[in-house]
Design a protein around this ligand. Structure first.
Ligand code: NOJ
Length: 738
């Protein structure tokens, strides 16, 4: 016990280091330990479906196999499954070698029973934890900006395939939390600020990952909306906001994505740490959302043995400090029931069986080369499809091939900003700089200036027809940005270049929104996010018009520092450890609309090199009768979309719902979207379906979603602030919903 508590306290102090970076560095493993990997894989492959091990019969239902196996397990074997094999939290150091090379979390195989090991690896934009020979994809926020469900599904497939081929069987991705605070250091890892939008993206990415073999681990459950003080910060949030804004991506991940596991977060929700929060883990996740997979703790997010085990944490990661010997003792002392232990093991085994981990050979290991030419092409495609054209004065873009260009700013040449920092970091096989990409594609003279010296940058801009300034933010897990300004002298750089050349285009390599005090001085602005390894090729394709931009903002870009929903320090980063979610339902564009505040660029906005028109809105039926708040596809909304310009392009049709005033909802909320490709002059009808939930609110007294009879506005257009088509329907109900 003495030894264990020593490990535990060193682990707790390590939590700070781990969390501040959680860069999930590669582990230095002694050669002797590495050989166990081969042994385990051999054991896995030689497991017959015998009479002694009936759970190995893959024709039986997963639930039945779980119960059979559970009966055969000893307490020690059960406990083994409930924590990671890291002897301590510092899994990336020599001090804490993990048995198998590479993976940031591991659970050993139990060969006697044919239970395969679990190998967990990070990476939201490719395999992380210092793996090599992998593809660096653009940040998830870029993929989401495509508003293209098919593209996001493929994103999951590519990430999942590389993880599986690396021997990973639990992929620690995606990050599905709603972006509440624009300064959040992990904005780039997530999808955006709208619960419905995040839900759609989460479902298809999870399906994609799991279809390739590994179990997806969606994170970080729940209210992980800031990095500041993240090990202790307490999110003070009312139940309705929790249900309507922060839970929907989790609910959809369960009901539609069939996600195998969730990671509980570092922060507290209403005073209780996420990984021992009975309301979050039991009332909501198990009873309300019927989740039957497992909850693992974030690395260092477990704070207790008895409370965590009894309140719903299934597995401690990455070590055994609470769920190893202390958990066994708690069972012996009668503080944790055997039935509780069984339930945790059951929650882990069920997704393992469902996902076929007992039945399938996993070919690769950490040293496998997994990147392919196809994945490289996909990385470029995502960057092209996720790059948003925000301003294009006098149609300066696309550029003439023979225009002379000055590429200005470090991010344009010497230091391209391809990805964000933290546990999601990927070892890029290469990064094409914008200077190289533009130089390869353009036919005119291309020069560069790194931007340190403003006079030199201005001179380079003056000497070229067009100046393209690349600016960057340094976003990383473990830190929020101090404010929304571009760091260093980049605002001054843009102003100096714009003063020297009226044809100045700014390319933002940022993970989230930035303030643009120079917006009126520049001719063009492009949000390229963190674009991955194909950075330069993708931006060249956009600049020269080989690809017609069609991405849209998944979050709002504010005009000023104060004109944001969370401008008060009580809201973010919090006072005395509490972050008040006092904006309630008014997150993101909901707040701008509710308060009549003008954003600089609204949610859903993005330009193209062509133009579009939406017309002929029809919503049917005009009188909607709902039987329950979970019915799918209740209302059909049809509009015509026309490409009114001269180039082929794609537009995203967006449908927002305005509730009757007595529902107390924000002015309007996204409930459907679809992307449509159109040739010049072409018109296509687009049909979108809205589910019953679109007309529901969460009733905290009844603790359920309800639909109130009334008139609902249907607003259709191409951004949250450009909704030219309106109609109204009445919704009523029969059956269990009031
Ligand atoms: C901490 C991060 O919050 C989480 O997202 C990550 O998966 C773990 N560290 C493991 O690296």
């Amino acid at each position: 016990m003495k030894f264990l508590s020593a490990v535990h306290s060193s682990a707790q102090s390590a939590a700070l280091i781990l969390g501040a970076m959680c860069i999930c560095l590669s582990m230095q493993i002694p050669a002797s330990a590495q050989s166990s990997q081969a042994g385990e894989q051999k054991a896995k492959s030689s497991l017959p479906a015998t009479a002694q091990r009936p759970w190995m019969n893959k024709t039986l239902p997963a639930k039945q196999r779980v119960e059979m196996l559970l009966k055969a397990m000893t307490l020690d074997e059960k406990i083994t499954m409930l924590h990671g094999s890291g002897p301590c939290l510092e899994v990336w150091t020599d001090k804490c070698p993990m048995p198998i090379k590479g993976y940031v979390g591991q659970v050993p195989a139990i060969e006697r029973l044919g239970i395969p090991h679990l190998t967990l690896a990070d990476g939201r934009a490719g395999v992380g934890n210092k793996a090599t020979d992998v593809t660096l994809l653009p940040a998830p926020i870029a993929a989401a900006s495509s508003w293209d469900i098919e593209l996001m599904s493929q994103f999951g497939h590519v990430l999942g395939k590389e993880q599986w081929d690396k021997g990973t069987n639990v992929t620690l991705s995606p990050t599905i939390d709603v972006v509440r605070v624009p300064e959040w250091g992990r904005t780039f890892e997530s999808y955006g600020e709208d619960p419905y939008f995040n839900s759609r993206m989460a479902v298809v990415e999870i399906e994609g990952i799991q279809a390739e073999g590994s179990i997806a681990d969606a994170n970080m459950y729940l209210t992980m909306q800031q990095e500041s003080d993240r090990f202790h910060a307490d999110s003070v949030v009312d139940e309705r906001t929790l249900q309507e804004i922060y839970l929907p991506p989790y609910a959809a991940s369960i009901a539609e994505g069939h996600v195998g596991t969730f990671m509980c977060a570092y922060v507290k929700t209403n005073g209780v740490y996420s990984c021992e929060n009975a309301h979050l883990l039991q009332d909501i996740l198990r009873k309300q959302l019927k989740f039957d997979g497992w909850v693992m703790s974030d690395w260092g997010a477990t704070h207790s043995t008895i409370d965590s085990a009894n309140n719903g944490l299934d597995q401690q990661m990455p070590d055994a400090s609470f769920f190893g010997e202390p958990l066994k003792k708690a069972v012996g002392d009668g503080k944790v029931a055997m039935a509780t232990i069984d339930e945790h093991v059951r929650n882990i085994l069920l997704p393992m069986f469902r996902q076929g981990l007992f039945d399938r050979q996993q070919p690769g290991n950490w040293d496998s080369k997994v990147r392919t030419a196809e994945h490289t092409a996909f990385s470029r495609k995502v960057a092209e499809q996720g790059t948003i054209l925000l301003k294009n004065q006098d149609s300066l873009l696309p550029l003439r091939a023979d225009a002379s260009i000055a590429v200005i700013g470090e991010a344009g040449s010497t230091k391209p900003k391809a990805e964000g920092g933290g546990s999601s970091e990927v070892v890029a096989p290469y990064v094409i700089s914008p200077f190289d990409g533009i130089g390869k594609r353009g036919k005119g003279k291309v020069t560069s200036a790194d931007g340190d010296d403003l006079d030199k940058a201005a001179a380079a801009a003056r000497a070229a027809e067009v100046a393209v300034v690349f600016v960057r933010t340094e976003e990383t897990e473990g830190d929020d940005r101090p404010d929304l300004k571009l760091p260093n002298n980049q605002d001054a750089l843009i102003a100096a270049v714009a003063a020297a050349n009226k044809n100045t285009i700014v390319v933002l390599d940022t993970g989230g929104p930035v303030l643009m005090p120079w917006i009126d001085q520049v001719a063009g602005v492009i949000e390229a996010w963190y674009p991955g390894q194909e950075d330069g090729n993708a931006i060249a394709a956009i600049l020269y018009g080989d690809v017609n931009p069609s991405a849209k903002l998944p979050l709002t870009i504010p005009r000023t520092a104060m004109a944001i929903p969370t401008s008060q320090k009580e809201q973010w980063p919090g006072v005395d450890g509490h972050s008040l979610y006092s904006e309630k339902l008014n997150v993101g564009y909901r707040w701008y609309d509710a308060t009549g505040t003008d954003p600089l660029f609204p949610f859903g906005f993005g330009l193209s090199y062509t133009t579009f028109r939406v017309s002929h809105l029809v919503a049917e039926p005009a009188k909607l009768v709902l039987h329950s708040s979970t019915e799918p596809a209740k209302l059909k909304v049809t509009v015509d979309v026309t490409n009114t310009g001269k180039r082929a392009g794609a537009e995203v049709v967006q449908v927002y719902i305005g509730h009757p005033a007595e529902n107390g909802e924000p002015p309007h909320q996204l409930r459907a979207f679809a992307k449509v490709q159109l040739q010049p002059g072409e018109t296509k009808p687009v049909t979108l379906s809205l589910d019953a939930r679109s007309f529901s609110t969460f009733d905290t007294a009844k603790h359920e979603w309800v639909t109130r009879a009334g008139t609902y506005q249907i607003l259709v257009g191409t951004s949250s602030r450009d909704l030219p088509l309106h109609t109204a329907i009445t919704a009523g109900h029969t059956g269990p919903t009031r």
